[in-house]
Design a protein around this ligand. Sequence first.
Ligand SMILES: [Zn+2]
Length: 400
Amino acid sequence: MPTESTFLLAGLFLLLAAAGWAMGRFGDRDEEDAPLPLNVDYLKGLNFLLNEQTDQALEHFLAMVRVDDKTIETHFALGSLFRRRGEVDRAIRIHQNIIARPDLASEQRDQALFSLAKDYLHAGLLDRAEKLFVRLSQGSRYQVQALESLCRIYEQEKEWQKAIEAGQQLEIIGGRSIALQIAHYYCELAEAAIRQKDFNAARHHVKKAQAGRPRTMRGALTRAHIARETDDHKTAIRLYHRIMDEHTYLISEALPEIVAAHERDGSLDSLDASLRAMVESDPDMRTLVAYTAIVNGITGIPVIDECVQRYMLEESTLSEFVDLNRLTKGASDGQSEALQKVRGALSKLASATPRYQCQECGFSSQRLLWQCPSCRNWETQRPASRVQFDTVLQHSITKR
Ligand SMILES: [Zn+2]
């Protein structure tokens, strides 16, 4: 059964036929050169398409129609149609066929190269796509799109230095700031340097990242990681505290680190005091502290345990399952044990559901992802502040 795309392809064939007929009829050719309207060749090609014999139709089309000024747009349309249908090999054939034309105008050559680069990108042939985009980025009307595509390719290949260079060129040519994106490229370099224990390089990259505006919140976190890895606990603690004070949502990343750092330092009392001051000045932070503690299994710090208990008591979905109010008022020794059990169950639920969600497209994940894999935006994920009971319930219903 012919698909919608087949009819589109067939439509293109007919358009081409009509154009050929019109040129023959009204063009300045000699009368005897005029082609017959809708000649046998066109009908043959059309027949291939309607019978879903796309390969034969393509070969027939390429052999039949010379690329010239009259037919070039049809070639482009056919190529992009094949790509959209996912038939990239055919799109590549069409675009290579255009490029092979010796007297092609430079603008049309750029258009064909750009289309071919998109075909390669679609086919996952990143090296080939990169070569063409680099060529187009050095002076063509596709400069901006080529640089944007190069950034995407380098992101996929984790070639961060090249991504920085393409990004900086894009800022100059495109006339808009992508400072946040470039700052993340520097942070990627810094994190790679940390993994290789090259802390001087890591510090250098973070400095570059933090020079851009708007500042990425990731820069501060990476600086704190460098301090942690170089056993500079004092600086690490100071930086993690600053992250919690300045960038409230990153508490989900900073709190487990800060607890570990204070534990190593033997200064959990001072952590308790500073956290207490924080939640008293901003009561909304209680929920985030509680959720982060539940997910990461942080216990034994009075203010955190209080936040967790309050969270459990106020969680309306949870109260439908367990009467925690009664449980906490009971005088039995089993009371705290029962609360611990509920807390443990919550922790399991929380670790089975996504913890971060992209504010742009809704993509969710367990781990904080600085670049959303779905919409490719940077720093758009935010942590959940509650256990996602809806998701858990949905999971258990669909599993049945
Ligand atoms: Zn997204």
